[in-house]
Design a protein around this ligand. Structure first.
Ligand code: CA
Length: 229
């Protein structure tokens, strides 16, 4: 029997919930549903879904609180659904541990593509290895050596940590605060915008065309990610 992934869809708008459910069924997912925050938490705990698609605007308990609650005991992949106006919620959601987000209105096809990417990342072994490969970039962690298409590039400690964090999980969006956390210990700067300056320098060293980055991508208003091949 093929491995059917169970997805918990948390959405209080019936029309959207139905649309997503039908589309996910067609795409071969099993679907569980919840329409409030507390229901989402209890279904997630009882059924242990493989993934959660979570609307942030929910009655009872908002989606951010649902993530907070779930992340105390679970690493289940979460994709949040937000309105265009909720940019700060998107950032908070990622910082609380959501894996990706979609802005409403969204196409169900795009949602399924994101879901598959997030599941692929969740299945892939994370960390552990001594060598990280992502696209043309190879990072030898013990030697702290980075090559792009075989050519060695010289990075500062901060640039190295930034690149390592991003390249370990291509496609995963990191906020500036998360990237600052990742380089903690090698950087004394505490302003999130300093991340932008380091990214700019990093791009100059690893991108074929630094002004049109194809490896370290900007997620507008949110942060950065490494290109998902
Ligand atoms: Ca809603």
């Amino acid at each position: 029997m093929p491995d059917v992934k169970q997805v918990l869809v948390v959405e209080d708008e019936l029309k959207i919930a139905r649309l997503v459910r039908d589309y996910l069924h067609q795409a071969g997912f099993g679907v569980l549903e919840a329409a409030t925050g507390p229901a989402a938490v209890s279904v997630a705990r009882a059924e242990k879904p493989d993934m959660i698609v979570l609307d942030l605007g929910l009655p009872g308990m908002d989606g951010l609180d649902v993530i907070r609650e779930l992340r105390q005991s679970s690493a289940v992949p979460i994709i949040i659904l937000t309105a265009r106006t909720e940019e700060s919620d998107r950032i908070v959601g990622l910082e609380l541990g959501a894996d990706d987000y979609m802005v409403k209105p969204f196409s169900p096809r795009e949602l399924v593509a994101r879901m598959r990417a997030v599941l692929r990342r969740a299945d892939a072994t994370i960390g552990g290895g001594e060598v990280v490969r992502a696209g043309p970039v190879t990072i030898d962690i013990p030697k702290r050596r980075v090559t792009v298409d075989g050519a060695e590039v010289d990075l500062t400690a901060t640039e190295f940590e930034l690149l390592l964090t991003l390249a370990r999980r291509p496609g995963r969006i990191y906020t500036r605060a998360q990237l600052l956390d990742a380089v903690h210990g090698v950087s004394f700067e505490s302003y999130e915008r300093s991340v932008d300056a380091h990214i700019k320098n990093l791009r100059r060293k690893i991108e074929p065309e630094p002004r049109r980055p194809s490896l370290v991508l900007t997620e507008y208003g949110v942060g950065y990610k490494f290109a998902d091949a």
